[in-house]
Design a protein around this ligand. Structure first.
Ligand SMILES: Nc1ncnc2c1ncn2[C@@H]1O[C@H](COP(=O)(O)OP(=O)(O)OP(=O)(O)O)[C@@H](O)[C@H]1O
Length: 241
């Protein structure tokens, strides 16, 4: 049995294929390996929780899949592109077209209101004003925040801020959503709301989701859990929900 078989997540066409992916950092002449020999296929429409101890390489792996960072070995094919073939500008355009980002601390721009925050990724697409307005309103309606679109981040609760961030992540209709500890800063009730929303994006809109989390409750919302241990894939677990 090869490593790819061990981490078979079932389903159809892979949207993410990693072959022998490695990532090291260097401190002066000293190589610090962070990820090694990662072989993984994630099918379209999967919802994956990426788990593992602190320092095991979860965020590093997520950043590689999302094209924020580059591997030091191996190949990644994501949403039909071999990321090693793209130069930095092409990688940035690829990210904007294919990946929506959800962060622990929301990363909203404080001087922009909810509508303007959600509109930001569309400014890079060349969409006209009317189309932008329609898409932003649709995204904010999906996260149930139509009545808050003129509010600034400081006028929103943490849960509402994260929902604005989710609207921003989906406004360009990306294939893939990556989330790094999306409930890490939320209380239990708001966390549950955000997780229910992400599950809907997966089941109703068919978004493929890769979520880094420490929280077993959050991981339970995913359909599969992948465990990293010291930079190596350890096991996957199918979640019955
Ligand atoms: N830019 C960097 N330069 C050097 N080392 C780094 C860099 N980024 C991450 N590392 C190291 O890589 C290892 C993995 O980090 P990573 O953030 O991926 O782990 P993690 O599993 O997401 O951890 P946590 O759960 O604590 O967020 C850590 O030892 C970290 O110190």
């Amino acid at each position: 049995m090869n490593a790819a078989d061990r981490f078979d997540l079932g389903g159809g066409e892979p949207v993410i294929t990693l072959r022998d992916v490695a990532k090291s950092y260097w401190r002066e002449d000293l190589e610090i390996p962070v990820l090694q020999g990662i072989d993984l296929e994630i099918p379209v429409g999967a919802y994956i929780a990426l788990m593992g101890p602190s320092g095991s390489g979860k965020t590093t792996l997520l950043n590689l899949v999302a094209g924020i960072d580059r591997p030091t070995g191996g190949s990644l094919e994501v949403c039909g592109y071999d990321l090693n073939d793209l130069d930095d500008d092409q990688l940035a355009s690829w990210r904007n077209a294919h990946v929506g980002f959800i962060f622990q601390n929301y990363n909203l721009v404080p001087v922009l209101n909810a509508f303007e925050n959600v509109e930001l990724p569309l400014l890079l697409t060349g969409a006209g004003r009317g189309e932008r307005r329609d898409r932003v309103e649709q995204a904010l309606s999906l996260v149930n925040l139509t009545d808050r679109m003129r509010n600034y981040p400081r006028q929103l609760s943490g849960g509402q801020e994260q929902r604005v961030a989710i609207a921003r992540a989906i406004v360009t209709d990306p294939d893939l959503l990556v989330a790094d500890e999306p409930t890490g800063a939320l209380d239990a009730k708001n966390a549950e709301e955000v997780l229910a929303l992400m599950a809907r994006l997966n089941t109703e809109l068919g978004k493929t989701i890769v979520m880094v989390t420490h929280d077993p409750k959050a991981a339970h919302h995913a359909r599969h859990q992948i465990h990293l241990e010291k930079g190596v894939l350890d096991r996957t677990v199918e979640v019955n929900r």
